[in-house]
Design a protein around this ligand. Sequence first.
Ligand code: ACO
Length: 378
Amino acid sequence: MTDSPTVEVHRGLAGVVADTTAISKVDPESNSLLYRGYPVQDLAATQPFEAVAHLLWHGELPTPAELAALEAQERALRPMDERTRRVIDDLPLDTHPMDVVRTAVSQLGGLDATLLRDGGVLDPELNRGRAVHLLAQLPGIVAYGQRRRRGLEPVAPRDDLDYARNFLWQTFGEVPDDVVVDAFRTSLVLYAEHSFNASTFTARVVASTLSDVYSAVTAAVGALKGPLHGGANEAVMHAFAEIGSADRAEAWLDEALAAKRKVMGFGHRVYRHGDSRVPAMKAALDALVAHYDRPDLAALYDTLESAFVARKGIYPNLDYPAGPAYHLMGFDTETFTPIFVAARVVGWTAHVAEQQAANSLIRPLSAYTGPARRDVPR
Ligand code: ACO
């Protein structure tokens, strides 16, 4: 069957429906992304990130008491274990921040004593706690990743700040104006979940072997790192730096397309007429451009977008506005994809729980194209 020449091969699993999910829906017809039924742009406009995390994990928006309980649990789990700091400090200063995050997440699994308990790997209650633990730890890890590259000490978390504010506090040692916080919170909500994307599918593959949630998230971080996926937000900013200014955008683009280079931040496997998350993130970027008085950046953004759409008919994805937004906030370019991790960990852990609740080992077939059976030379 697998080496039959007539077998239909779905390269990249394009168009393949691998399982059901109740967590989110990408609807190309209405061009919308729904988290548990709610349009993501409406959630981004109205909800704290913690409420969206509760929604994705539990299926419903939290009551005020449930939200308060989640906030208290997450804030209590923020402080970094000294052993995690040592693991990070052992890495060279020029280690890519995504590698720092991947290493630290893996270490958190090694530090979780409950994993040693019989049955602990699949215990839904323990896994809910582990998901909150990972969420709470990631801002400190990402923030310290940036600070140590700048020769700065880590900043201790504050339990009087929400998730988005504390993330910015731990990164910069101050809480910026609300316009900045709001743009950052918006990005976290928009990045939190996106059905069977490459990193989420990776997490589900790992979970399907009955491995633990830390292993699934570690693998997902690795999948997110690539420029065809989460690494694109970083790549967008590298392209902006290379272009320099709006008047050079068209010439740069012509050269890139002639060299058959992909232009990062454009295109999507699912959305063919524009990524439904872009308008909300573009509005957040516009607010930042006004706040930081950077019309030059907006001009470069608009010129490259118009030129690319005119030439290729391919629209921006979320990474296109998110990259420049993080740049304006003051994040190092290499920190952009780690921020994506600290948001998407919610989606990953929701999918791990869903996979574990009705597990079937994920193991596709392949069509063999190597040599026919032959004898080993003697
Ligand atoms: N730049 C230039 N050409 C592109 C781009 C792009 N960004 N995106 C698609 N194309 C072209 C391809 O070259 C291809 O052309 P061809 O048929 O002449 O060979 C055609 O459009 C189809 O592209 P594929 O890569 O085959 O489409 P696929 O669905 O596999 O890819 C992907 C989707 C990987 C996202 C692609 O659009 C891409 O590489 N984009 C740039 C990377 C990026 O921004 N990734 C972020 C994804 S969203 C996220 O992670 C939040």
